[in-house]
Design a binder for this molecule. Sequence first.
Ligand code: AMP
Ligand code: ZN
Length: 493
Amino acid sequence: MQLNLNQQLKIYNSLSGDKEVFTPILDGNVGMYVCGPTVYSNVHLGNCRTFISFDLVYRYLKHLGYKVRYVRNITDVGHIEDDADEGEDKIAKKARLEKLEPMEIVQQYSVDFHQILELFNNMPPSIEPTATGHIIEQIETIKEIIANGFAYESNGSVYFDVVKFNENHNYGQLSGRNLDDMLANSRELAGQDEKRNSADFALWKRAEPEHIMRWPSPWGDGFPGWHLECTAMSTKYLGNHFDIHGGGMDLKFPHHECEIAQNEAATGHSPVNYWMHANMLTLNGKKMSKSTGNNILPREIFTGNNPFLSKAFSPSVARFFMLQAHYRSVLDFSDEAITASEKGYNKLMEAFATLEEITPAATSTLDIAAWKQLCYDAMNDDFNSPILIAHLFEAVKFANLLKENKETLTQADLDCMKKTLYSFTFDVLGLKDEKGQDGSNDKLEGVVNMLIEMRREARANKNFALSDEIRNRLTELGIELKDTKEGTTFSVK
Ligand code: AMP
Ligand code: ZN
């Protein structure tokens, strides 16, 4: 297989706790599964960080020349509140509160998810299966696990027998937890009486008569457990043994630990070679989360319509802000931090125009090959995007020195620098030049600023009918005005 450049990609494997050289099962091909969203509310910026992290992984693998099959699911059933086995399904609960069909909730928030990820310039996965579309596969997996002696039926539900499994497998291999500690520390919870042990988890849950999301099964009407869907869907599309499985850090336990247990119980071997976990985006030092309300929605960033924000930021700036941290580091969101990212992003975009003005020379005074290698080294070191970005900023400096004739490049080196800068910025990091190539954005900005000025004059003259009309008509066109101490800014939805 023809791979790009001296690459020896290393990936931090959560299972071993080490950076390991990446060797795919099938030369030149990569199978990657990433846990998708539970579609019961708008995707928040924290969720987006995880999906952007894996979009970076996907893009870089493709850039290296791998043929990647990227499977990312939609969780539309089985995810119970608090990630527990007892309680209400998150989607069913939202449907009850909104007086809608569960599938209306699923549709509404799947559409939102897709729109937001597209705005962030995420590439769509190769396959996007849904849990409700794979009930038959999930039932088949349960049958295999029961047949192998690792699950039992209890009162119309089926539970995974963790204690039995742990006799000759290791429940806790991913999360580093110890089963004895888990058993000693767990309280008796409602519904636990159906389980042999408190650590057992549901593969199938009996549906109470009022439960809408239900399917027939050999154990009666019910619905699948949350962990099971990812086992069924990953192996259906990637095989029983595949390369990469990803998700947010908070999914390590119990979700991914249970996935490994289910796979080993069904097939006898571990499913995944490299487990990757993306770290959390925090707000005020606390994890962004749908359930606690401590979050910012992407649209609030794009419109500036949130008390945390002084102004609107474009999707590429928000994406750049996230990629300036390594995917395994916690990242705290703040107005100051994203404002700094915007400055950096603008500088990077300006470098492209600067490079167009450079005339090649007979000799090169800069070592472009070495610089290019550093860019690859950064990404080969467990997708280290902040280091890569530091090297891209080096290129911004080079561009300015070249413009001032303080350094020179031959035509070949100049072409190489442009091509490398372009492909890392746009193809690998997935940024977009939001200014646009045709200057239409500058014209729009000029027109809207003219209207903002007219509105300011109308207000000064107490002509509030006119000032309101200007704001409302702009809103209808998808242009939001935001009044701040420093003046009025606008954002385009
Ligand atoms: P959910 O829709 O809650 O199932 O979450 C979808 C994905 O977002 C999962 O991979 C989570 O681990 C991830 N996630 C949730 N909260 C955050 C956060 N604050 N920062 C980064 N990723 C998150
Ligand atoms: Zn999953």
